[in-house]
Design a protein around this ligand. Structure first.
Ligand SMILES: OC[C@H]1O[C@H](O[C@H]2O[C@H](CO)[C@@H](O)[C@H](O)[C@H]2O)[C@H](O)[C@@H](O)[C@@H]1O
Length: 598
């Protein structure tokens, strides 16, 4: 992934940009060959020799990708990046080719298709550049490489020699405007590299696996949308959770749950500005009646994220449908309220300014939750089956009242604390009665269920019960028995459509696998925890990026990519390990509260 904190592109090892939406993460796709064929738009830039040896890295502490190609005649690198737009309305993808040794025969093949691969633009050569126009979109390609141009593709073969540098810049602009002159790509590279390095210098994490943590933080920063402070769950739509299956979702939106945990990861690692920007985004997006708070919003706080299907795209490895929008946007998921109030409490403790403005909002949410927590919901996994009394959702309602009480007590804030305390105790007692299965000595997925859910691994992290409570140990043991397979954790069993209302299978869920590490760490099982953690770290791609899921059989990442959910889980686990090894309390990090036995 390369990104501008407005949008991001995915670059294949071959040097092909296969995914790009501009000007925003959620704009119509310009290069979507990832979900179709090269005729759905893409930009290949690499060696003509298909046997060239390819290796990649990010320039240290940046989101700037460097792909090295080595042939029998020489070595060249391709440097890809997306600088943040400096002027209103123009967004760039910059590619620089550098000759390192000898001579390398290179090729470029650009296919611009607007509107998710459906619209072939007008192509015009003028002012020493190529212009592409269709609908509201305009693109300009500036390069010194002589191209052979037709209306479907613009391509060339050329040679790069040692010491030579060639650039190609693609600018997006609104088609009704004339774009300003292109910026100097070499100056942009120097500036962008310095900016990322400056950002990375703020990182305070220096515990185990520091490289993986820093790469995750850079990835999470690349998923933030700078103009509003929103954070997308991933830059892609419809990368399948099972190749050829239907579990294909659009993640280019801001989930409260994902973003709150991302903020935890940032805040623990020294990034208070991101935490503060996101809090303002949150206040604006959720403003209005607390009962209308959605589980997810668009980048600017848009509420209508109507789910549709793109029939003209065959999907990644024929995984149909390709979806736009997300039907989960109008689900009731009660855990969101706990995430919200937990995040506000954490922000207050971290000394983030202006938190008094949040308190009346928090109290209004509490009023709403006094009624709502008894309702069934769709749970954090956003199941498409009937609403149920999900145990994890109820626990997060308990956490909501718990964190409100903590804020009132620790910061002298006014509120009906006794009422909240009574409600908190009622929820705790109800969960222990209805959400626990004595026969299997385990909490279960929903009231009356006989199955476990990997989200329950978070019980000791939430502080609902301590890690050494026999009921927590029983639940962890059940997850190990039922959901831990080939060293990775599945979120729940998908052996019948009843499980989540969807046909087909899915991969192991990487965030849940990190939560098992957390549960083991909190229960003193350090050896097993570290072994699992270190194995999970090897499941990233060659650049240290993770998707939502992993298939241990084929050893492939599955689902949207890269995904915030997985990366913040990785960061938070590393912090937990560092705290435990350093003899520090993990509370105020990922652990929301120290559990007490009841
Ligand atoms: O599996 C069904 C659901 O999957 C998606 O949701 C998942 O991703 C979200 C964003 O990272 C995450 O917050 C959620 O907990 C995950 O279950 C999808 O977006 C849903 O539409 C789908 O029903």
């Amino acid at each position: 992934m390369i990104g501008s904190t407005h949008s991001a592109a995915l670059v294949h090892r071959s040097g092909a940009i296969e995914w790009l939406c501009l000007p925003r993460f959620d704009s119509d796709g310009i290069f979507v060959s990832l979900l179709g064929t090269s005729d759905h738009g893409g930009w290949r830039l690499g060696a003509t020799d298909e046997d060239a040896r390819v290796s990649r890295r990010y320039l240290p502490d940046t989101l700037i990708l460097e792909t090295t190609v080595e042939t029998n005649t020489g070595t060249a690198v391709v440097i890809d990046f997306m600088p943040p737009p400096a002027r209103d309305g123009v967004h760039e993808v910059v590619r620089i080719i550098r000759g390192m040794k000898g001579r390398v025969s290179m090729m470029t093949d650009l296919r611009v298709r607007f509107n998710y691969g459906e619209s072939t633009p007008w192509v015009e050569e003028r002012e020493g550049a190529l212009f592409f126009i269709a609908g509201s979109n305009g693109l300009r390609l500036s390069t010194s490489v002589p191209l052979s141009v037709d209306h479907l593709s613009q391509s060339a073969e050329f040679e790069i020699v040692e010491g030579q540098e060639i650039a190609a810049t693609l600018d997006w602009f609104p088609s009704h405007e004339t774009p300003p002159l292109p910026r100097d790509p070499f100056a942009l590279l120097r500036h962008n590299e310095a900016e990322w390095r400056r950002w990375m210098e703020e990182c305070t994490y220096d515990g185990p696996h520091v490289d993986a943590v820093r790469r995750s933080l850079l990835t999470l920063k690349g998923l933030t949308y700078a103009p509003t402070g929103g954070i997308v769950a991933a830059p892609t739509t419809s990368l399948p959770e099972h190749p050829g299956g239907v579990r294909n979702w659009d993640y280019r939106y801001c989930w409260l749950r994902d973003a709150i945990w991302t903020i935890h990861a940032f805040a623990q690692s020294g990034y208070r500005q991101e935490a503060s920007d996101w809090r303002w985004w949150l206040m604006r997006a959720t403003a209005g009646a607390p009962a209308d708070v959605q589980i997810m919003y668009g980048l600017h706080g848009e509420r209508r994220l109507i789910e549709t299907e793109l029939d003209h795209l065959p999907g990644y490895e024929n995984s149909r449908p390709v979806r736009l929008g997300n039907g989960a946007h109008d689900q009731l998921q009660l855990d969101i309220y706990g995430s919200l109030l937990g995040a506000f409490n954490a922000a207050r403790r971290a000394g983030i300014a202006d938190m008094d403005k949040a308190w009346s909002f928090e109290c209004a949410i509490a009023d709403c939750l006094l009624e709502r927590w008894r309702e069934p919901d769709s749970g954090l996994w956003e199941v498409r089956g009937p609403p149920r009394h999900f145990v994890y959702s109820k626990m997060m309602c308990w956490l909501a009242f718990d964190r409100l009480i903590a804020s009132a007590e620790e910061f002298g804030l006014d509120g009906p604390v006794e009422r909240w305390r009574a409600e908190r105790n009622t929820i705790h007692a109800e969960i222990c009665e209805k959400g626990f299965d004595t026969a299997s000595n385990s909490f279960v997925q929903y009231y009356g269920a006989d199955r476990v859910d990997a989200a329950l691994l978070q019980i000791p992290l939430l502080g609902f019960l301590p890690a050494d409570d026999p009921r927590v140990r029983g639940t962890v043991a059940r997850v190990e028995a039922d959901l831990l397979r080939d060293g990775v954790v599945y979120r729940y069993l998908t052996d019948s459509e009843e499980a989540d209302g969807l046909p087909g299978d899915e991969g192991a869920f990487l965030a849940c696998s990190f939560w098992l590490v957390d549960a083991w760490l909190l229960d003193g099982r350090r050896g097993e925890a570290v072994a699992l953690f270190e194995r999970l770290l090897t499941y990233g791609n060659d650049l240290g990026l993770f998707a939502e899921e992993y298939d241990p059989g084929s050893r492939r990442l599955l689902g949207n990519f890269p995904q915030a959910f997985t990366h913040f889980a990785l960061v938070n686990t590393a912090h937990l390990l560092a705290a435990i090894d350093g003899g520090r309390s993990p509370v105020d990090g990922i652990v929301w509260r120290q559990g007490r036995r009841r």
